[in-house]
Design a protein around this ligand. Structure first.
Ligand SMILES: Nc1nc2c(c(=O)[nH]1)N[C@H]1C(S)=C(S)[C@@H](COP(=O)(O)OP(=O)(O)OC[C@H]3O[C@@H](n4cnc5c(N)ncnc54)[C@H](O)[C@@H]3O)O[C@H]1N2
Ligand code: MOO
Ligand SMILES: [Mg+2]
Length: 431
């Protein structure tokens, strides 16, 4: 059976980034938070914009003060006071200084700032009580960034530091990738919505909610197509509809070997190319990954409103996730999330990041499949420790996944991780 790593490689190869021309939109700076920059940004401003002081003190000529000490202070005449936001008028000559404040423009002639604490003031004279370093406490024009060079590259996520940089560079609007559109539907005759009363044999379609939340969490737009019966005609229609409006299609259920598991057969009838049908992972083994040829499905003939057509790419990535609720979450985190990241325009860092931590509990697997156990990372004296969730780790049990934030991984062949032993974990929620 296909290993988890090989499955990940196949999926990342299939996921193609949005187009950096067509699949973009212009948004205001504040709305750009957590979006993906679609075009590099260059500024015509230097940073700092001009030489300025890093301290409250005195702007001096280094050559005047280089031999100063508490015993033999240098005495300078103060010829100007320069607060922040003020353009200095005079040039500092031999034996002269300017009173200056943090962030204020350096006056011509001065090359060094002496911090206030190393001076003594007597009316319009200042006593320099210690020799500074040459150019000390001057933040030189363009020493942080040079105008005309690249300020930010395309394909990065705009977090608080990038938003601040863009504000400083006076970029009120940004060109970002549009959010990837992810169609979601659930399959199963036993499923009802949260509002419907449960009849014998029925359960609530929790997967749709789980997937909607996961898709939102990674910055994509969920398109909810509801519950579809285990019925080939209805399933075929929803797959065609989903492919017409989304970049990625996610279904849950119907991918195993049961008589009512139709997904793979319908994909074949739509001339989809099935790349993966099973992965050596627990939970989540019967995972289907396919590409849907949009032209073969005759989407154009469906007379869809051009605005509803989201992409001119020749195929859609389809994930038929296994129906068990724990399998849906685990396969999303392990396989779908990297694909959405790559599609979203992010340039790198698509793969999941594993941390090596200490396990608080004994972790067991039959060693046959790469096994994921859910639990919580606790910080103990600054070191992360994995605490396995109590209760059943059946893929049908959703309840004890609540309030977890990590998945511990037991590789194939590993049947036991003892308490205090090291384990690799996938961190799910940033603490
Ligand atoms: N003979 C075999 N049977 C099964 C195998 C196998 O290899 N041979 N694999 C098992 C594994 S592993 C998994 S995982 C499941 C996958 O099943 P399907 O993808 O076909 O999903 P369903 O049969 O439709 O449902 C499975 C299970 O999940 C519940 N479910 C389905 N959808 C939802 C939903 N939207 N919200 C909440 N719960 C849902 C459903 O009621 C079933 O209990 O196959 C095993 N069988
Ligand atoms: O692979 Mo299934 O998700 O173990 O139950
Ligand atoms: Mg089934």
């Amino acid at each position: 059976m296909l290993s988890v790593n090989n499955a990940q490689a196949i999926i990342l190869n299939l996921a193609q980034p949005l187009d950096n021309q067509r699949d973009t939109e212009v948004v205001d700076l504040l709305a750009a938070f957590s979006r993906i920059l679609a075009a590099p940004v260059t500024s015509s401003l230097d940073f700092p914009h001009w030489d300025n002081s890093a301290m409250d003190g005195y702007a001096v000529r280094y050559e005047d003060v280089q031999h100063s000490s508490a015993e033999q202070p240098t005495v300078l005449e103060i010829i100007e006071e320069i607060p922040a936001g003020y353009q200095p008028k005079s040039t500092i000559g031999a034996g002269q200084a300017a009173r200056i404040f943090t962030g204020a423009v350096m006056p011509a002639g001065a090359d060094t700032v002496v911090m206030q604490e190393k001076t003594r003031r007597e009316e319009n004279r200042v006593f320099i009580l210690a020799a500074p370093q040459p150019q000390e406490f001057v933040r030189y024009k363009a020493s942080f960034y040079q105008a005309g060079t690249q300020l930010l590259p395309a394909g990065i996520k705009l977090n608080a530091p990038e938003i601040a940089v863009l504000a400083a560079a006076q970029c009120p609007q940004l060109n970002v990738y549009r959010r990837p559109r992810v169609a979601i539907f659930s399959t199963g005759d036993e499923l009802v919505t949260v509002n419907e009363s449960l009849q014998p044999g029925q359960i609530v379609d929790s997967n749709q909610y789980a997937l909607a939340a996961l898709v939102k969490e990674c910055g994509a737009e969920p398109l909810l197509l509801g519950i579809v019966k285990d019925e080939p005609v209805a399933l075929k229609k929803v797959i065609i509809d989903a492919a017409a409006i989304a970049d990625i299609v996610l279904s849950s259920g119907g991918v195993s070997v049961g008589d009512y598991d139709y997904i793979d057969k319908i994909l074949e009838s739509l001339e989809a190319k099935i790349h993966i049908q099973a992965v050596n992972i627990k939970p989540g083994k019967p995972l289907t990954v396919a590409t849907l040829p949009t032209d073969a499905m005759n989407l154009d003939a469906m007379n869809l409103d051009a605005m509803n057509r989201v992409s001119t790419t020749k195929s859609r990535l389809y994930f038929g996730l296994p129906g068990n609720p724990a399998s849906v979450l685990v396969t999303f985190w392990r396989f779908v999330l990297p694909a959405i990241k790559k599609l979203s325009g992010i340039k790198e860092g698509w793969e999941p990041v594993f941390l090596k931590v200490r396990s608080h509990d004994e972790l067991r697997s039959d060693g046959k499949r790469e096994t994921y156990l859910w639990g919580k990372l606790h910080l103990i004296d600054g070191v992360y420790e994995f605490h396995k969730a109590g209760g059943s780790h059946s893929s049908g049990n959703l309840i004890n996944l609540a309030q977890t934030n990590a998945l511990a991984v037991l590789p194939v062949g590993k049947t036991l991780i003892s308490p205090q032993e090291e384990v690799e974990v996938l961190q799910l929620v940033t603490p």
